[in-house]
Design a protein around this ligand. Sequence first.
Ligand SMILES: *[C@@H]1O[C@H](CO)[C@@H](O)[C@H](O)[C@H]1NC(C)=O
Length: 300
Amino acid sequence: MARFSILSAIYLYILLVGSCLAQVPRGSLQQVTNFGSNPTNVGMYIYVPNNLAAKPGIVVAIHYCTGSAQAYYSGTPYAQLAEQYGFIVIYPSSPYSGTCWDVSSQAALTHNGGGDSNSIANMVTWTIQQYNADTSKVFVTGSSSGAMMTNVMAATYPELFAAATVYSGVAAGCFVSSTNQVDAWNSSCALGQVVNTPQVWAQVAENMYPGYNGPRPRMQIYHGSADTTLYPQNYYEECKQWAGVFGYDYNNPQQVEQNTPEANYQTTIWGPNLQGIYATGVGHTVPIHGQQDMEWFGFA
Ligand SMILES: *[C@@H]1O[C@H](CO)[C@@H](O)[C@H](O)[C@H]1NC(C)=O
C-alpha cells in the first residue's frame, strides 16, 4: 500500500513536471514540435501572452503564400491583441516551397483526411489541452492562401471553431484539384470563373465533414474590389457558400451598411452567422482590422 502511494506520487510528479515543461515561454514566438500527429509536416508556432487568461481563448492566424509564421506574427496585430485580451495565437507554417497552403487535395478538404487542415486541427486540440483553453473561444483567420485555409478549416473542422475571419480568400473547395494534386493553384477559381449557387457551394462545404450536424463557426468575409490575384467574384462565391450553409437567403440580406467599418467598405449582414465586407478600391491585401476581429470573436 505504502509502495503504491509512493509510486503514485512519483508518477503524478512526473506528469505535472512533464506538462509544465511542455508549456512554452511566454511573450515571444515559439516553435512547438511535439503537438501530436502532423501528417503533412506543418510547422507550429505559438504566441502565449505574458497576460495569459486563466481559461484562454485561441486564435489560429494563417499566413499568405510566400509568408511564414514569423512574417504573420510580426505583420499582424494578433500578438499585441493577445496581450490585451489574454488569448493564445497559433501561427501554422506551410511545409511547401512557395509557402502556399494545400487547399486542393482531397486529404486537405476532408475532416481527419490527413492534410494540412488535419495538422492545424491537431495544433488546436493540443493547445486546448495544454493550456486548459476555453473551447467556446477558438477562432481562425488568415490572409489570401491563409484565408482559403480559413474557409477550409471552417468546413472541415466546424466543431472546433466559434467564428472565422477571412481576408481575401476563395470559397472552401473552390481550389480543388481535379487530379487530386497537393498544393495546386487553381486558375479558374483564382480568376473568379467558378460560379455556383448557394446550394451547390453549401454542399461542397458540407461534404468535407459528412454527417456533421453540430454548430458551425460564424463567418466574416473581407475582400477588395480591385483584387487581381483572387478576383472579386470570389467574394460573392464565399458569401453564397456560407449563406447556403446557414440557410440564409443570399439574395435578401438583412442589412447593408455603407462606409462600414470605414469609408468605401460595405458591410452586408445576412444574419448573426454571416457578414461580408467588400472594400471598394482595395487590392489583394485587405488590411487586417484587428479591432473588428476582436469584436467579431467576442473578445471586445
Ligand atoms: C478548379 O476548381 C474547380 C472547382 O472550383 C474545378 O471544377 C476544376 O476542375 C479545378 N481545376 C483544376 C485544373 O483542377
